[in-house]
Design a protein around this ligand. Structure first.
Ligand code: ANZ
Ligand code: ZN
Length: 834
């Protein structure tokens, strides 16, 4: 072994070794407990960035640690290969998206291998391969038949100059990012997946996801946004159809002084036909942003339609307004306004001079001043006719019953969650497996015609869709009537592919089924690691898709990810490392300069996984210096002793060594090492890898201070044994984090069989080493051994006798007998004669 630490060579040797032995190939084994460890797969953008390195190092450390704990580990890797950047690159560099993507994959795969991540590369997948997306198409046609997907008209951002649909991020200040043309809203037919059919299940199951951060569960709860409320019907003079509103505060119904509808509401459109002022107002509203966040900041504006609605309880007439803060997509797209008890309604009423009527009072009788704002708390109903005196719950039920009996409303749940629009007017994605026939409508592509393969040889110019210019792609025949028909040229949202890749890995890349039966062994994922930015969409879509797979009989469990770790951001000078800020550090350059282990060590040591990591060049070189010190420990003369020349002889030497013969100094050293190991074992279970590294560093400090021995003899065997055992512990503890250097050091410094580190186990602290200066005594009763007790070294005979008598087993044997004599042989035994 080399005297100098040369990471590049050590790392190449270790990686070759793992590859030759297929060390990370995962195989189902019903007799062994499995552990499926997954890091979110990357978009093949070109090169790994520090965020990837951090994510994948955390995952790899967990996977390697679980392996050392005896688990059967699966850790796969693949590519989230469809997406917009490939199209942009294609336009800029005149290279087809497929070619660009495959080249990036090749480069990034090499980078991942160079970092020594223990992936089962046999299971690698890229979502842009037809072998992958064909199953997505297949499932979509199944869902079509079940009614879980449907087509409806929905708005998109449209650039009239480029004749192309723009993603939200391609609209900059209302203009096309490429040609600066003002973007228009266009309504086009699109496909939707019925995630709302699973809203309750997705929400309720969050309670069981105790292995997820509470923050993520809360975000998902709010996203689904289930509200318990009442649907109320207001009469409309001459119309059969009532005006429906959704309210969560039916207790305020007697305080309604007007109703407001969204600008897109049919009633608003109807009223605008005879009212040019109103029509202009509605158009103005539609030009404004309609995102909920923007809505909060928007100045509240409205206009009277002139229509009157009839209050379902009092029969009074109230005006109908169009208001810009009412969302068409929420509830019924209309609200009953209660200015006394809703701040938004209050402001609106003030602005337009509408009455404000108090109908709820605080339960404690406190006064309410409605001239300053609404009273929004719950309390008791006042001035509310039959409901006066009721509290919120009583009024809720009573009003719902009243409305139900009169056919003017009912209790219901409302959700913020919308169905998932999966159509993208993009080229680089999975073709939607639908054929549009003028006679038969939308017909799913039959199984035998799947996959619908995306043509890869295309030139992109950013104008229109290339698929629409390829009659050989879109001109087809109807599977139902055989007449001429058109294939869909839209592709799926790329969240589709990332919603089920974890299941595909588990089943292997089978061409017989979407998810092979072997997947049941691995699923669910035991540990998922990724960024918090995926807290809602990706993780919610995956939970939804998992249920679709389950209900199709493809997976058995209910949830895809048992434990979720969301790693913190990588920062530089306090702000997020990102291309747009121009403050990125290229991990490749670090790997070339210091080696993979240094990069891995730095990212694990700098902060615990959940917290943000501040980049530090000093930290990187510090990590490198530490690895050199670790390496130098292996060059100590002791490992050159003929008696300790290989693992086997070291193991024999330790096996025959009696730790009770350690002198005080060595006992202290050994106790320190085992104490650090105990700490590290505790921390590694909680994924606090920074303090595991810290424990390793302290061990190196302790061991570096041990004086070197020239040869092995009776005098120094304790010191040598302590060193040999400690190095063994140290190498094992660090091996998940810096596997390459540990792979090299293993045969040189560790005990056990002369095998690679990959098959080793996590060390257990020796309890007797932890207790400093404690000796163990045998306790006999009438000459028969009944117990062993530990006492502080140097204890007097009384203390020893007391400890012996207190042992439960000893007590049983002396309980009802008379103790005649107690003989104490210091450091050895106690004999109680009864
Ligand atoms: C009357 C009322 C009185 C309301 C009161 C609140 C307080 P969540 O909890 O988010 O479900 N609302 C209903 N549909 C709306 C829409 N399309 N656009 C904007 N606002 C809408 O909120 C439900 C409440 O939001 C409903 O209860 C309704 O106002 C409003 F003192 O009805 B409430
Ligand atoms: Zn047809």
């Amino acid at each position: 072994m080399s005297k100098i630490y040369q990471p590049a060579e050590a790392e190449a040797r270790a990686q070759q070794y793992w590859e030759d032995r297929n060390s990370f190939r995962a195989k189902e084994d019903a007799g062994r407990e499995k552990f499926y460890c997954l890091s979110m797969f990357p978009y093949p953008s070109g090169r790994l960035h520090m965020g990837h390195v951090r994510n994948y190092t955390i995952g790899d450390v967990i996977a390697r640690y679980q392996r050392m704990k005896g688990k059967n580990v699966l850790q796969p890797m693949g590519w989230d290969a469809f997406g917009l950047p490939a199209e942009n690159a294609a336009i800029q560099n005149q290279v087809p998206p497929a070619k660009w993507t495959y080249e990036n994959i090749r480069y990034m795969r090499d980078q991942l291998k160079r970092l020594g991540f223990g992936y089962d590369w046999d299971r690698e997948l890229a979502t842009c391969h037809p072998e992958y997306y064909r199953w997505e198409q297949w499932l979509f046609t199944r869902l079509f038949k079940k009614g879980l997907v449907y087509k409806k008209v929905a708005p998109v951002n449209w650039c009239p100059k480029d004749c192309t649909v723009l993603a939200n991020e391609q609209v900059v200040d209302g203009r096309c990012w490429r040609c600066d043309t003002v973007v228009e809203r266009k309504e086009i037919p699109q496909w939707f997946m019925k995630i709302t059919a699973y809203a309750d299940e997705l929400l309720d199951a969050l309670d069981g996801l105790t292995g997820w951060p509470e923050q993520v569960r809360t975000m998902q709860r709010n996203w689904i946004g289930r509200s318990k409320g009442v649907e109320v019907h207001f009469g409309l003079g001459n119309s059969e159809q009532p005006l429906r509103v959704f309210t969560t505060r039916p207790d305020t119904i007697m305080g309604v002084t007007y109703v407001a509808v969204a600008p897109e509401h049919p009633l608003a459109e109807q009223a605008a036909q005879k009212n040019p002022g109103l029509s202009a107002f509605i158009q103005e509203c539609q030009r404004m942003a309609t995102s909920e966040a923007a809505m909060e900041l928007l100045e509240k504006k409205g206009m009277d339609t002139g229509l009157k609605a009839i209050h379902p309880v009092s029969g009074a007439e109230v005006p109908v307004y169009v208001a810009n803060f009412v969302l068409m997509a929420y509830g019924e797209g209309a609200v009953m306004a209660v200015p006394a008890h809703d701040q938004r309604d209050w402001e609106f009423a003030h602005k337009y001079g509408l009455p404000i009527t108090q109908v709820v009072a605080p339960a404690d009788g406190a006064p309410v001043n409605l001239s300053e704002g609404a009273f929004t708390g719950k309390g008791v109903c006042v001035e509310s006719g039959p409901f006066t005196g009721m509290d919120f719950d009583q009024a809720f039920d009573a009003i719902a019953v009243y409305l139900e009996q009169d056919n003017k409303g009912c209790k219901r749940m409302n959700y913020r969650l919308r169905d998932w629009g999966v159509s993208r007017q993009r080229y680089w994605g999975t073709p939607i497996p639908i054929i549009n026939c003028p006679n038969c409508g939308a017909i799913p592509v039959p199984d035998e015609d799947l996959p619908v393969v995306l043509p890869e040889k295309v030139a992109l110019d950013g104008v229109g869709s290339p698929l629409q210019r390829m009659p050989e792609f879109h001109e087809t025949r109807c599977p139902s009537c055989d007449g001429p028909a058109e294939r869909e040229t839209d592709t799926f949202d790329t969240f589709m592919e990332s919603s089920w890749y974890y299941a595909r890995y588990a089943g292997g890349n089978s061409d017989r089924s979407m998810v092979e039966t072997g997947a049941q062994y691995w699923l669910p994922v035991d540990q998922y690691v990724g960024g918090i930015e995926h807290a809602i969409l990706h993780l919610l879509y995956a939970r939804f898709y998992h249920r679709l797979l389950r209900d199709e009989g493809l997976v058995e469990c209910d949830e895809p990810f048992t434990n979720l770790l969301t790693q913190g951001m990588v920062l530089k000078d306090g702000s997020k490392m990102s291309k747009s800020k121009g403050n990125t550090v290229d991990p490749q350059q670090l790997i070339d300069q210091y080696g993979a282990d240094t990069v891995r060590l730095f990212t694990m040591f700098a902060s615990p996984p959940k917290q943000s990591l501040e980049w530090s060049a000093e930290g990187v070189s510090g990590a490198h210096r530490f690895l050199k010190r670790l390496w130098n420990l292996s060059n100590r003369p002791e490992y050159g002793f003929p008696e300790l020349i290989d693992c086997e002889s070291r193991r024999r030497f330790l096996g025959s060594f009696d730790w009770r013969h350690l002198n005080d100094d060595m006992r202290k050293v050994r106790s320190e090492i085992h104490g650090l190991l105990k700490q590290a074992s505790y921390d590694v279970d909680r994924y606090q890898f920074n303090t595991v590294v810290a424990a390793g560093m302290k061990m190196v400090n302790v061991l570096s201070q041990l004086p070197s021995q020239e040869s092995l003899n009776d005098e120094n065997s304790g010191a040598v044994a302590t060193l040999v055992e400690s190095m063994d512990i140290l190498v094992r503890v660090l091996s998940p984090i810096v596997p390459h250097i540990c792979h090299e050091l293993w045969p040189a410094v560790a005990i056990g069989i002369e095998e690679a580190i990959i098959d080793t186990t996590w060390p257990e602290p020796d309890a007797t080493a932890l207790v400093q200066d404690v000796i163990e005594l045998v306790v006999q009763v009438n000459g028969k051994m009944r117990a062993k007790v530990s006492v502080a070294a140097g204890s007097n005979n009384e203390a020893i006798e007391l400890a012996a008598r207190q042992d439960p087993n000893v007590q049983r044997h002396i309980a009802d007998k008379e103790v005649k004599k107690v003989i104490v042989v210091p450091d050895k035994l106690v004999n109680i004669v009864v």
